[in-house]
Design a binder for this molecule. Structure first.
Ligand SMILES: *[C@@H]1O[C@H](CO)[C@@H](O)[C@H](O)[C@H]1NC(C)=O
Ligand SMILES: *[C@@H]1O[C@H](CO)[C@@H](O)[C@H](O)[C@H]1NC(C)=O
Length: 343
């Protein structure tokens, strides 16, 4: 067993006790073949569909990345896929699985993201989740984490639940982030219909250590695989003014689905995940938000573990490496909050 796999096994054993407790609430829903629910977004020659049309590969090579989107827009929904990420040297690569309406509402778009950030060989993938509402791009709500498994070895299910009341991000059966809507959030809470997107692209300028490690096409093609895709929600025409009125029944259905409530066991798993694997939260980044945005549930004990930059205080391995670098690499952009001292 090499160091890489040993690391994952150790992490896995450490957590299995919690994760087996998070029951199988996320197994009972229908999936949709690619051709029924989706269409190419870009890089069409790099989109490879399986014979049964339940699996689709997105390739990235030196010519282009690729992506697809759902053919419809949904006013609230449950969006899910089993995903397997590229392995080995993946620095500079971003695989994104997200909902947005940016092509319909350019200045006032809504968005919910999973973004997976590639790494140099032997180092784990990292990922972030984020939310924007009504074009709130100046108020990013990033959280960044490690995974408790190697996402390039097997398929794992990633899901986004978006109802009128809350948003839950899931990995397999573990809710990893929950955002409860409140009035103060106003239009920062996504409210207009969105489509589901999946993309792979070269983000060499920021994805890995703030751009230090670029995509190396010697290892191409980089392949992200998606299977058993699920799209549940109220299909709407985005140009209709009052899209939500026809969706009351489906909103209710969504709210009463098993994946819309977190069981006590799942809540324990969520807490454990966040304690062990979250290394950046906008809620603890007081340099950026002197008052945390209203949806933040600030746990005073948890807060102690984070610096005013929103990053973990005790990240010893990182710290040692970090001290060798110059401060000049710390200047963040919209895209790399919390990414400053990764190596
Ligand atoms: C799965 O969902 C269907 C329809 O939503 C429901 O009738 C069935 O009882 C569910 N099965 C389980 C095991 O929860
Ligand atoms: C969304 O943003 C636009 C443009 O900034 C603004 O005019 C509109 O009132 C906002 N919508 C809501 C519901 O706040």
């Amino acid at each position: 067993m090499d160091k890489f796999h040993f690391l994952y096994s150790a992490l896995f054993l450490h957590l299995i006790i919690f994760y087996t407790g998070a029951n199988a609430a996320l197994n009972n829903f229908s999936t949709v073949p690619f051709g029924k629910g989706f269409r190419p977004l870009f890089g069409e020659p790099n989109i490879k569909r399986s014979a049964d049309d339940n699996t689709v590969q997105l390739h990235l090579n030196q010519y282009t990345g690729s992506g697809f989107k759902s053919s419809d827009l949904y006013s609230h929904g449950f969006f899910s896929a089993k995903i397997k990420l590229p392995s080995d040297y993946t620095a500079g690569i971003v695989v994104a699985f997200y909902t947005t309406n940016g092509d319909v509402f350019r200045k006032t778009h809504d968005e919910l993201d999973f973004e997976f950030l590639g790494n140099i060989r032997g180092k784990a993938w990292r990922f972030q989740t984020n939310m924007y509402g009504n074009g709130s791009t100046s108020r990013g709500r990033e959280e960044r984490y490690y995974l408790w498994f190697d996402p390039s070895r097997e398929f794992h299910r990633y899901s986004i639940l978006w109802t009128t009341k809350k948003i839950i991000f899931y990995i397999d059966n573990v809710p990893i982030r929950e955002i409860i809507r409140n009035e103060e959030m106003g239009a920062d809470y996504p409210s207009k219909p969105m489509s589901l997107y999946a993309t792979i692209w070269d983000a060499s300028d920021w994805a890995t250590s703030g751009g230090k490690y670029k995509t190396n096409y010697k290892y191409a093609p980089f392949i992200a695989e998606f299977t058993d895709l699920a799209l549940h929600g109220c299909v709407v025409d985005p140009l209709e003014e009052i899209f939500s009125s026809g969706c009351a029944e489906q909103d209710d259905q969504l709210q009463s689905a098993n994946y819309a409530s977190i069981s006590p066991k799942q809540r324990v798993a969520m807490k454990n995940f966040r304690q062990k694997y979250m290394y950046y939260s906008y809620c603890y980044d007081s340099l950026r938000y002197s008052v945390p945005p209203s949806e933040c549930v600030v746990d005073p004990l948890e807060k102690l573990r984070f610096k005013e930059t929103g990053r973990l205080k005790f990240d010893e391995k990182r710290k040692q490496r970090r001290s060798k670098k110059s401060r000049s690499q710390d200047i963040g952009t919209r895209n790399n909050y919390g990414n400053q001292d990764e190596d």
